[in-house]
Ligand binder design. Structure first.
Ligand code: ATP
Ligand code: MG
Length: 433
């Protein structure tokens, strides 16, 4: 992508109404446009990040055996009356009427819709287990939308629902999702702590929230510091340990009952980016879902639901990955892997080298944002630091006289001078995994 043509309306001034870094940076980098409170338009760069997050989530959901569906965003009130949530949900639910005066709503979550479908079509224990997920916009009329996309009213969520014949099956589905979540978050460059959550009316211990550590997080969490190392390697996930190791939100943390030695207990603020929980037969009963068992007996399936805040993650990733100069995208989600800067657009050798780098990298499937604008080098460096590509290539006549270009690692700030070919092969090696 040529920056001269790219729609990235950056702001020079820091927006005064944005309270946290990710919100400020998303506005400054021209990623989002607020159309009304908690409702945003996603501009090209943010859309790319959203796509990258979705790709990772999809791959891991699919790998766990879940199948993607798309459920309607607008649903009939009748569906929600059947579960009793039409009245229970309260003011967060956006309700309206169609031209026939029928009550409809913009869905805040989809347990009802998916259970209705499952109840109609799943009739035998042989059809189970089933894990069905969607990535779909939700609406919740939050009383205080804030922190940009972090607590929006309209937001993108991945929601998955599991159907099993019994508790043991539901536990297996839960564990598959736990593993998929850990893998997804690691691939996004995040440490997301699985924290014991309030199981609600169901009881039991199958309810965990995933919290990305960031000083601006809304919740305070306590966790065994062993988790820091357990959450590093996506190929080596010990699900049993992750279900039993201590991590709890402030309200559920009881220092007297916590067996973790004080020196090993960490305290941090977290942003909730996901939630997995088992809720038994609450919805299958409400929708009269029954499957025949092996002996002709009738079974009410056990269900769980598993959410990831896709759009909130964009903010959470920035909260956990930025510095004074701007965003530092983890490679897995970066809108562009490489930012290419031409220091002198009027120099022929510079332009030729830039084109060569741009085309070679793109041919290798590596996304590049090429700053080909006629601008001062200082302004270009600042823009590239702000938009946060993990790698920067700087090309100018002085270096080229010696056959060298500069490669900068956005996270460490380290720069090295390399020949064109070694810069290319270094980048391809770094970005090939
Ligand atoms: P919170 O406590 O932050 O309001 P929640 O418990 O209401 O979250 P869930 O119903 O579990 O959230 O939804 C699944 C995920 O959707 C959450 O983990 C979160 O990442 C995301 N999410 C929930 N509400 C919002 C919102 N208003 N804006 C953006 N993302 C949200
Ligand atoms: Mg909420």
């Amino acid at each position: 992508m040529l920056l001269s043509q790219y729609f990235m309306p950056t702001l020079k001034e820091t927006p005064s109404d944005a309270q946290i870094a990710s919100h400020r940076l998303m506005l400054r980098a021209g990623m989002i446009y607020q159309t009304s409170a908690g409702i945003y338009g996603w501009l090209p760069m943010a859309t790319r990040v959203l796509e990258n997050i979705q790709r990772i989530v999809r791959e891991e959901q699919d790998r766990a055996g879940a199948q993607e569906v798309i459920l309607p965003t607008i649903q009939s009130a009748d569906l929600w009356k059947q579960s009793g949530r039409y009245d229970a949900y309260g003011q967060e639910m956006l309700r309206f009427k169609d031209r026939h005066e029928r009550e409809i709503l913009y869905t805040p979550t989809a347990e009802e819709a998916i259970t209705d479908i499952a109840a109609h079509h799943i009739k035998s224990y042989r059809d189970l287990p089933k894990l069905l997920y969607q990535i779909q916009w939700k609406f919740r009329d939050e009383i205080r939308p804030r922190f940009g996309v972090m607590r929006g009213r309209e937001f993108l969520m991945k929601d998955c629902y599991s159907f099993d014949i019994d508790y043991e099956g539901a536990l297996r589905s839960y564990q598959l999702m736990l593993e998929a979540y850990i893998k997804s978050f690691i691939r996004m460059g995040l440490t997301a702590i699985p924290v014991k959550a309030d199981p609600g009316a169901i009881g039991g211990n199958l309810s965990q929230e995933f919290h990305v550590l960031a000083s601006t997080g809304e919740s305070l969490i306590y966790y065994d510091q062993k988790l820091d190392t357990l959450l590093q390697d996506p190929k080596n996930i010990d699900v049993d340990q992750l279900m039993n190791i201590y991590a709890a939100e402030e309200t559920l943390h009881n220092p007297k009952e916590c067996a973790v030695p004080e020196a090993q207990l960490k305290q941090a603020r977290g942003i909730e980016v996901g939630h997995i929980f088992y809720f038994g037969t609450k919805y299958s009963e409400a929708f009269n879902m029954k499957v025949s068992g092996p002996t002709g007996n009738m079974i009410i399936p056990h269900m769980g639901s598993y959410g990831i805040g896709i759009s909130r993650l964009v903010g959470a990733i920035i909260e956990a990955n930025h510095d004074d100069a701007g965003i530092i995208w983890p490679e897995g989600v970066a809108p562009f892997k490489v930012g290419l800067i031409s220091i002198r657009t009027d120099d022929e050798a510079t332009t030729k080298t830039c084109r060569h780098l741009y085309e070679t990298l793109q041919n290798q499937g590596i996304s590049v944002l090429y700053d080909d604008r006629e601008e001062r080098p200082g302004a270009k460096f600042a823009t590239m630091d702000l938009m946060g590509a993990p790698w920067q290539l700087r090309v100018g006549p002085k270096g080229l006289e010696k056959g060298l270009i500069e490669l900068k690692n956005r996270r460490t700030g380290e720069t090295q001078e390399l020949s064109i070919d070694s810069a290319l092969s270094y980048l391809m090696q770094q970005l090939s995994h």
